[in-house]
Design a protein around this ligand. Structure first.
Ligand code: HEM
Ligand code: HEM
Length: 184
């Protein structure tokens, strides 16, 4: 009998690759760039703008990768119809929602909301630097409100990640680092 070897092999067999390296690099770079831009928001200075453009660049990459990327990265594989989303939320309320290898429908809807919110925040930030909107208080207020709205969505996103991890007894944060999830 060779239990140690068998156990190690079995553990490896039971996980599957879900998130490709580019999705993982995208995610954690986005976390750093977003929180950095947010924290340095007050002066709207050069580093803030550079981090804001980094956010926009990362989102642009993700939109392309959502069309041509690996299986679980593609929007077609996870963006839910409203019906599927409502059905999933009802299942959550009844404590009988399915486990997904890729994004679940609620997480997926949040990802779409986050990407749109980031585009709106970054674009209003960029407009503030153009001749047309330079010094516009209305736009500065809109930019700030959008940044705070995005931060609120991020809070819900992380709460969803924790909730899902507990419900299905798996560490989704670790999976976003390793790319691997339990196979069943
Ligand atoms: C430290 C805080 C964060 C943690 C722990 C976290 C964790 C995660 C995890 C575990 C997933 C995968 C969810 C799943 O299994 O379905 C995910 C996906 C995602 N998160 Fe976060 N997240 C954090 C912050 C953020 C922030 C700040 C943003 C954007 C402003 C963000 C945007 C996204 C996006 C767009 C995805 C989809 C990934 C993809 O398919 O490309 N996250 N996050
Ligand atoms: C998507 C990422 C971004 C986030 C999360 C973000 C967040 C913020 C926050 C929280 C503020 C502070 C508002 C205040 O307290 O007055 C701010 C201000 C500002 N941001 Fe951004 N920003 C982003 C992108 C950008 C970009 C791409 C630019 C320009 C290229 C930019 C230009 C500015 C400017 C000029 C201000 C100062 C506005 C004022 O006059 O009060 N931001 N941003």
């Amino acid at each position: 009998m060779k239990p140690a070897v068998l156990t190690a092999d079995a553990t490896r067999m039971e996980t599957v690759r879900v998130w490709d390296p580019l999705v993982r690099i995208f995610h954690w770079s986005l976390v750093v760039a977003f929180f950095g831009a947010y924290a340095l928001g007050d002066d709207g200075g050069q580093l803030h703008q550079a981090l804001g453009y980094t956010v926009l660049g990362l989102v642009a990459f993700r939109l392309v990768w959502g069309l041509i990327g690996s299986r679980h990265a593609r929007f077609a594989s996870f963006v839910p119809s409203p019906r599927r989303l409502v059905g999933y939320l009802k299942d959550v309320a009844r404590h009988r929602e399915a486990r997904y290898l890729g994004h679940n429908p609620a997480g997926a809807a949040m990802i779409v909301a986050l990407l749109l919110s980031l585009i709106a925040t970054g674009s209003t930030g960029w407009l503030l630097t153009t001749d047309a909107f330079w010094g516009s208080e209305v736009l500065a207020d809109a930019h700030e409100a959008l940044a705070n709205g995005t931060l609120f969505l991020v809070g819900l996103h992380v709460a969803g990640v924790v909730f899902s991890s507990l419900r299905h007894r798996e560490n989704l944060v670790r999976a976003m680092f390793t790319g691997r999830k339990r196979a069943d």
